[in-house]
Design a protein around this ligand. Sequence first.
Ligand SMILES: Cc1ncc(COP(=O)(O)O)c(C=O)c1O
Length: 414
Amino acid sequence: MVKLALLGGEPVRRKPFPKWPVFDEREVKALLSVLESGFWGVGGQKKREFEERFAAYQHAKYGVAVTSGTAALEISLRALGIGCGDEVILPAYTFMATAIAVLYVNAVPIFADIDPETYTIDPKSVESLISDKTRAIIPVHIGGRPADMDALLSIARREGIHIIEDACQAWGAEWRGRRVGAIGDIGAFSFQSSKNITSGEGGIIVTDDEDLYIKAWSLHNCGRLPNRAWYEHYLPGSNYRMTEFQAAILLAQMERFDEQTEKRIDNAKYLTEKLSKIDGIKPLKNDERVTRNPYHLYVFKVDPEAFEGVSKSVIARALQAEGIPVSVGYSKPLYKETYLEYFKRCPLSCQYYNRPIDYSKVTLPATEKACYHEGLWIPQFVLLGSREDMDDIVHAIEKIRENGEELKEASRRV
Ligand SMILES: Cc1ncc(COP(=O)(O)O)c(C=O)c1O
């Protein structure tokens, strides 16, 4: 009789994991109050309140609430004056928004490798890519795990370049007790629907620098300046303003965020303890300088050799069939994607850049291993489950490992 659910066997579980997003009467009341106030956009107080509350939560002085994390990255780059002819170093193991924001301001993304133990940008790789055109580094706090900010800040200070933190997966994350976002010059967060705090779509920029704050505020608000006339436009801004509805939902979401985060951290710790004992499974390394990881993703590595040499996508499909929502995550480094072709003329061969760049020649070994062979993700809402839910994850992984012959057979069929 077959055991693996992928071949028709009985799955480890049929019960769903906790639903996402989570809301209660607090969100309902908040939305109603905005509806009834008549101020759905400009003129309301919720956006301002959320900016102040979220910035303070991230240990930052200023916040500008915008339409998405992508917009937050783009505005951050523009506020720093990054554009034509500039290079920005970023990891290739991230969501495409990190790279597209750079290209949208006409700068050139230069891809650095990741540390194979943490999947965050490798400072040694960053060092090797610094050129006279480098203007900034974008570390991505992937899955909620802060990048090595000590090493990156020291490179940035030495080279006189900026740090824009892509904290789109890292609300409440801490590096040596300091919350991320404004550890560097400026940082971006996302509130898109999969995120640990969500309003469906949305984002925020945080910074400690008043000048950057005013520029970012102006850029998200049609180039206006605070306390100047409505129809005066100073900077090349567009409309990236968050609505009052989004801000009201986010204020309610923040009320349960710490409690949810504690639960995710607790379950992640339990999973790490259990999964570390399974041959062929390696959770990412916890750097002790990371004092809080809010776990947008629980990322772990598989050694396909311990699973009869089948691909990570077959392992993920086998786990999904067992009732565990594991995904392969990023399965291609960002320098391998076709979106880059659209920027061939500008900025990649623009006269201001004037340097040959050929992404087909880029090879980053740790990134490629993570994408093609090793990295699997468990999404954040799963970590809101019970201990028994976590045990099901462990049992499912043990089960597919113990049934290697069937896994090989499944691999031939899918
Ligand atoms: C690492 C990273 N950067 C940027 C973004 C962009 O955020 P958004 O989807 O809100 O534009 C995301 C979110 O999907 C992300 O995960």
